[in-house]
Design a protein around this ligand. Structure first.
Ligand code: ACK
Length: 218
């Protein structure tokens, strides 16, 4: 009934511990600070601005939004397909409130979003709705062919007027493309360009991020 539906959250996910949020946030800011000074990036600056003669300050270009997390299931307070089934899943109930270690393996930037790619373990994949990538096919053609869990990410920032749902779609889009050319070897890892303002930094050392599996009501 309606009472039951209103008890569902906006979304379930892993919420980074606050000390880890600071660490990941700082790493992302350092990355953006360096990225916009690279010649390779400046050569494609027109992807980010209609005034390519000016410089772009990526730290100001993106706005950060709320607590850093990796969404597993967007429930929209019960309005999203499969929301109540997800909430009733015994694995979801069992893991609710438990601590996990997420592995962040890449950082990516597009003219719309900046995010971190999360590489899920088999145990973590049990909390990942198996149809996520198939359901993304309408937004990002080719998604359905990607491995389950490909959409897992942490939104680190969005450009003006862009909603955070875009970050997962931007990640999926990059993953459907042929591997980009390495433009720069950075301290953090190899930086690749995927065209149309899409950049991905494969981290030499994945970032290990402690996170609590829980839900957000807002
Ligand atoms: O950055 P995110 O993963 O993208 O975290 C936020 C969170 O839910 C609250 O808005 C994500 N989100 C929003 N709409 C959707 C959607 N239709 N499908 C999947 N995730 C969504 C958003």
């Amino acid at each position: 009934g309606p009472l039951n539906e209103t008890s569902l959250p906006l979304y379930f996910g892993w919420f980074l511990f606050s000390s880890v949020q600071d660490k990941v946030g700082c790493t992302a800011m350092d990355f953006l600070k360096t990225l916009d000074t690279l010649e390779g990036f400046k050569n494609h600056i027109a992807d980010f601005t209609e005034q390519p003669e000016k410089e772009v300050d990526l730290e100001q270009y993106f706005e950060t939004k709320g607590i850093l997390h990796c969404t597993t299931k967007f429930c929209d307070y019960g309005k999203a397909d499969g929301a109540s089934e997800y909430a009733k899943n015994p694995v979801v109930k069992k893991c609710y409130g438990s601590v996990f270690e997420l592995s962040l393996t890449a950082l990516f930037v597009t003219p719309r979003t900046v995010g971190a790619r999360v590489c899920l373990t088999d145990e973590q994949l049990k909390l990942w709705p198996a149809d996520t990538e198939k359901e993304s096919e309408a937004d990002v053609p080719g998604s359905a062919a990607l491995p389950v869990g490909s959409r897992a990410h942490i939104t680190l920032g969005c450009a003006k007027d862009v909603e955070p749902v875009q970050t997962g779609l931007d990640l999926l889009q990059i993953l459907t493309l042929p591997t980009g050319e390495v433009v720069e070897e950075m301290e953090l890892g190899s930086l690749r360009y995927y065209g149309e303002g899409r950049w991905m930094l494969d981290l030499r050392e994945p970032i290990c991020a402690a996170a609590c599996f829980s839900s957000f009501y807002g």
